[in-house]
Design a protein around this ligand. Sequence first.
Ligand code: TRP
Length: 460
Amino acid sequence: MAASRSTFTNKFGFIAAAAGSAVGLGNIWKFPFEVGKGGGSAFLIIYLIFCFVLCYPILVTEIAIGRRSQKSAAMAFRPLGHPRWSIVGILGVFCGVVILSFYNIVAGWVLGYFVEMLLGNFAIGQQFGEYVNDIAEVGGYTLAFLIATAYIVSQGVTKGIEKASKILMPVLIAIILVLTVYAMTLDGALDGITFYLVPDFTKLNLNVIYRALGQSFFSLSLGLGALMTYGSYLSRKENIISAGAMITFADVGIAFLAGLMIFPFVFSQGIEPEGGAGLIFMTMPGIFESMGPTLGIAVGSLFFLLLAFAALTSTISLLELPVAYLVDKHKVKRKYAVWYAAAVIFLLGIPSMLGNGYSEYFTKFITYVGAEQPVNFMDFVTDVASNTLLPFGGLMVSIFSIYIWKRRKLFRELSHGYPEFPRTFIARYIGFTLQYICPPVLGAIFIITILEIFFGVKII
Ligand code: TRP
């Protein structure tokens, strides 16, 4: 299939698509509520360290593996190493399907809120709990969103993904900037900023570290090969090191900004920052209301519309995983693979949809050993797929690149488009991190958190 592989038209197209994949609900919906749950600044600091120290080297490695092998995630390991490594790729595809199953539902909420804002229904902020249990409505929006994703993916990578990402990302950044400035003018803004930025390490614990790690992988779209697939469409002329840096800065920058916007809003309305998955849905409508009806409707609907688009460029990259797998490995036609994968994903998402109060069973889905409260299905899936398996995927990527593919070949691939690379400091840094930091740190967190979080074994 390699011969017919489409490629991005230029570096900007690739960066826009990869940054489009990275920037999504993870930055604007998930990041703020994880910060809120994790006690604010302590979470933020750990998150930033993980992104820049640990994740960036993994990010460039994923792109390099994809470009070198010219294969999508599930197939990329095989030509560069031992066939057995395909299991890691397949695990990634599975994990992508699971993540997309709940991601879609949140995107459905976003679409629904877009419509509510258009109608001027700002009270929806206080009715979040009831709203998510309107299964017919949420289900409808979720389905609409999934169909939009599937349609774009069915059009192929260059036409669909690139075009959508290029236009929408800059507009989204602009509106968040404007809202951040507005946030600073509100009463209570300072409490929000303090919570977010003034370090308080008493809040630091294993749970915070575990969730911050999961969040950094989730936000950068790492650990399951999404960027391998995109890398496989990238030309040899392009510099992966600088493209990777831009993607990382864009993603972390937008998440950081989203926090700066949301916490003043949260504190100015007296909302609990620990509120969880509803945080932005409970907070933002009240803010739009405070702008007066006309402006509120305009800004509110634009905000949720752009958020839906940001989510779309992410769901595209998630759906591309199983689709590229079916196309590359099983030679299924793209247009069938897309709809087949979308159907499975929709069905898999139903328990997450029902787990916000509608069904007692999925709402109190599981109580981890030694935990006090049960978690709902969506939280359970997030813990397993996103917080545990993504960093595990990163661990495998680091081991694979150093011990199987070999550092020398990785560096050779990274020097296409950047010939001086092997002699730079950044090369030494990447090599060192992949070999000496990622395996022990990711390995230790993986083992400790499985034992402590899921099985209640007290280790540290
Ligand atoms: N990074 C996206 C976000 O922040 C979500 C996402 C898209 C993702 N593709 C991924 C997460 C691949 C993990 C792996 O919203």
